[in-house]
Ligand binder design. Structure first.
Ligand code: NAD
Length: 304
């Protein structure tokens, strides 16, 4: 859509957005705010209504959403869902025009991204893997970190779209590289949450004012975005997601598999992966990943 204030500007590409969940809804709305015409499809009707209210267009199917799109963005939970929306007669590859740029922003295995790029290439469709970090708040505020894998020319073409969604946007290498970097991100975040959770239980059992302690810790070398973003979750025991334990379990599987494939040892990551899996087995998979605090509390003898 061209900007009426500047008719010399090239028209913005039309965007199809598949997957309007916790992340996809605010991200697609940020593209609408930036002046893009966004047509969306997702499984929940209320999310389609939300996009329409924000100024986008709700589609009845993937085929309808992608048919006239220049750029297709997917933001679905994991590799099986990316494959489900991309492949088959009703999928993106069969229904998008040759020349379309497909940007998968889901966090999936690097292997799936490489395979998708190859299959799409056979149809004349270009692909970038572009997973994000920054959580729901980062999506709403359009300050995500976006780690990209693929060809430089496609990255350059997608730059204005990425700029409407995030603040730190980096081409990390060929197809799958964005996912590899995202896997490392999830390792760092999980270990960081676990360390914060252990500190919270230790501080509380020691009788220290937790709020004061977390404030001063976040001013020193122990500071982290995790502590800033998750402090209130810890203080209020508010585990409304956010980022679900189920999704972090998926990501810990991705990073442990990928590390094993290249011969990298992740001893602390492996322990935290087990703690995430255990929380999930105890029925906490739908909670925010700050609920790792519950695992530490249980290990410390609390009934939560
Ligand atoms: P979510 O479960 O809230 O949303 C996923 C959306 O995908 C849903 O709206 C669902 O309808 C849609 N979907 C699934 N299968 C579909 C299909 N076949 N056709 C159409 N739509 C389909 O998940 P989310 O939290 O938004 O996460 C999405 C991705 O982003 C995941 O890979 C996650 O790991 C990653 N991520 C999430 C966060 C976060 O804080 N939530 C942060 C960074 C990255």
């Amino acid at each position: 859509m061209s900007n009426p204030a500047d008719s010399s500007r090239p028209a913005r590409p039309s965007v199809a957005w598949i997957g309007l969940g916790i992340m996809g809804s605010p991200m697609s709305e940020n593209l609408v705010k930036a002046g893009y015409h966004v047509t969306g499809f997702t499984l929940e009707k209320d999310k389609l209504d939300r996009l329409a209210e924000a100024g986008g267009t709700a589609a009845g199917s993937i085929a309808e959403a992608v048919r006239d799109a220049d750029v297709v963005i997917t933001m679905v939970p994991a590799s099986p869902q990316v494959e489900a929306v991309a492949y088959g007669p009703d999928g993106i590859l069969e229904n998008a025009r040759p020349g379309t740029l497909l940007i998968d922003m889901s966090s999936i295995t690097p292997r799936t991204s490489v395979d998708l790029a190859r299959a799409a290439g056979d149809k004349g469709i270009r692909v970038l893997d572009a997973p994000v970090s920054g959580g729901e708040a980062g999506a709403i505020e359009a300050v995500l970190s976006i780690m990209v894998g693929g060809d430089r020319a496609d990255f350059d073409e997608a730059a204005p779209v990425f700029e409407a969604l995030g603040r730190t946007v980096v081409l990390c290498g060929p197809h799958g590289s964005g996912q590899t970097v995202k896997a490392a991100n999830q390792l760092i975040v999980a270990v960081n949450i676990q360390a914060c959770a252990e500190a919270v239980v230790f501080l509380e059992k020691s009788g220290v004012d937790l709020r004061a302690a977390l404030d001063v810790l976040n001013g020193g070398l122990a500071a982290s975005t995790v502590l800033t973003r998750k402090k209130d979750n810890f203080l209020d025991r508010d585990f409304e997601p956010g980022f679900r334990i189920d999704l972090h379990h998926k990501d810990m599987g991705i990073v442990t598999d990928a590390a094993r494939a290249v011969g990298a040892a992740l001893p602390v990551g492996a322990v935290v992966a087990q703690l995430v899996a255990s929380l999930r087995a105890q029925g906490d998979g739908g909670l925010d990943h700050s609920a790792l605090l519950r695992a530490v509390e249980r290990l410390s003898g609390e009934r939560v």
